[in-house]
Write a protein that binds this ligand. Structure first.
Ligand SMILES: [Zn+2]
Length: 460
């Protein structure tokens, strides 16, 4: 006698399941918070959700997020930033905050404890690599940080790494099979440009392009990618702003470097000239480079060709008041992005610039894979966490500052019409947001440790 299989907890039926390698009409079944089956057959389920006309995509994984907690609650915090994430279709994010960096094991333990009651979506945490804290690298990796954030130039109060410091850090990362996300701008070039611009009394939005130049980015990308090859370390170039950075990374890849490129919507959509008019509201670094639509097309084409590995937000919000207080030199760098990144990508797919399948690759599977969150996160394989988003691909809506959940309260995409939006988001089989309403309480989200924790002597 065979025992009757127990009923599934949840069936999502009638939708089109989108995965990196294709799409199909099927029902997704959830049991115990995990994907239990994807089937054209009807199985027993306690509850059924009709997803007719919807795309069913894996929950998005945003690998580059700053939620400013603790430290700058007026800019963002976990309950608010992760509400924006849940509503937009992001079910896992990897967070790090420059104002309260994780530099030691004790910092990590304190942060994980604090966040146990703060996050509405699942989260990994990155550590900061910090000159003087080299001894912490191994314990942090073994305790489950997703990656080490590294700067080549002093930025946001974080010290830069010289090539000598990068060499020894990357050697250690290679030994540990750990991974770094590196902000690439050459320190000597940004410092020299700043000196010249300040001496000339410049305080207009035009300083951004002249201060944080493509040359400064490329010099740092070139040496970081080269050092990745020489040491064998796995390295990701953060927020590649234009095609030349992607090409430099590619050159080192063909020579054997384990290096990859991240980009963000701002480098696929915004123009350099916007800073002239909008000043602080376009102060992020590297800045938008594009002068022509063809340059944005080049970035989309690099994304389509997988020369850019993945997309993140680099969510680093400031309120309107913050961005308006003080001169261009004084205001914080950064843009809000969690509210708008999946919609931006859905709109690009609707317009035919990328495929919906590619979104599940570049905003879910690849970042999850690179940072060791697979197989539980980033895909809808059987056995993965039942993190998914129901998308209405034809829903046209106008982005407006009033609808931004992030404490920023504004968006560089306000005024644009997007086609496509998440209408429901599920985390481990539970609906956490629907039709703009966030249901998940702070504390719903769990810490997802990185792969270093899984090594035999790892402990946390
Ligand atoms: Zn960042």
């Amino acid at each position: 006698m065979t025992s009757r299989p127990r009923a599934m907890d949840l069936a999502i039926e009638g939708g089109t399941i989108i995965a990196p390698d294709g799409r199909r009409r099927a029902t997704l079944y959830v049991a115990d918070g995990r994907v239990a089956a994807i089937s054209e057959e009807r199985l027993d389920a306690t509850r059924t959700v009709d997803a007719s006309g919807r795309f069913l995509m894996p929950g998005m994984v945003d690998a580059h997020v700053h939620l400013m907690e603790p430290g700058q609650p007026e800019r963002e915090d976990f309950p608010t930033g992760t509400a924006a994430a849940a509503q937009a279709g992001v079910t896992t994010l990897i967070e790090h905050t420059h104002g309260s960096p994780v530099r030691t094991l004790a910092d990590l333990v304190t942060k994980v404890d604090r966040l146990a009651s703060r996050s509405r979506v699942d989260f990994g945490l990155a550590a900061h690599s910090w000159p003087g804290f080299e001894e912490s690298v191994e314990p942090l990796w073994r305790a489950g940080v997703a990656f080490f954030k590294v700067f080549t130039c002093p930025t946001h109060g974080v010290p830069g790494h010289s090539p000598a410091q990068l060499l020894s850090l990357f050697t250690e990362l290679a030994r540990l099979e750990a991974i770094a996300l590196v902000h690439c701008e050459d320190a000597s070039m940004t410092a020299a440009a700043e000196e010249t611009l300040r001496a000339a009394g410049r305080a207009d939005g035009g300083i951004l392009a002249e201060w944080r130049t493509p040359e400064a980015e490329l010099v740092a990308v070139g040496s970081v990618a080269l050092l990745a090859r020489l040491t064998g370390a796995r390295v990701v170039v953060a927020h590649a702003s234009h095609l030349a950075s992607v090409e430099l990374v590619e050159r080192e890849q063909t020579l054997g470097a384990a290096v990859a490129c991240e980009t963000c919507p701002q480098y696929l959509a915004l123009y350099a000239s916007e800073a002239l008019e909008l000043g602080a509201f376009r102060k992020f670094t590297p800045p938008a480079r594009a002068r022509l639509v063809s340059e944005l097309d080049q970035m989309f084409s690099a994304l389509r060709d997988r020369r850019i590995a993945y997309v993140s937000t680099d969510h680093a919000p400031s309120t309107r008041a913050d961005k308006s207080a003080g001169g261009i030199w004084d205001v914080h760098f950064g843009l809000p992005g969690l509210d708008t990144t999946l919609p931006f990508l859905l709109d690009a797919a609707h317009a035919g610039r990328i495929s919906y399948e590619l979104i599940t690759e570049v905003y879910a599977r690849t970042p999850a894979r690179l940072y060791g969150l697979t197989p539980t996160k980033g895909s809808l394989e059987v056995g993965a966490d039942a993190d998914f988003v129901l998308v209405d691909p034809e829903l046209a809506w106008d982005v407006s500052d009033a609808d931004i959940i992030s404490k920023a309260g504004w968006s560089p995409f306000a005024g644009r019409r997007f086609v496509g939006r998440a209408v429901a988001t599920y985390l481990r089989g539970v609906c956490i947001a629907r039709d703009g309403l966030v249901m998940a309480e702070p504390g719903t989200g769990r810490f997802v440790p990185g792969p270093g924790l899984r090594s035999p002597d790892g402990a946390y």
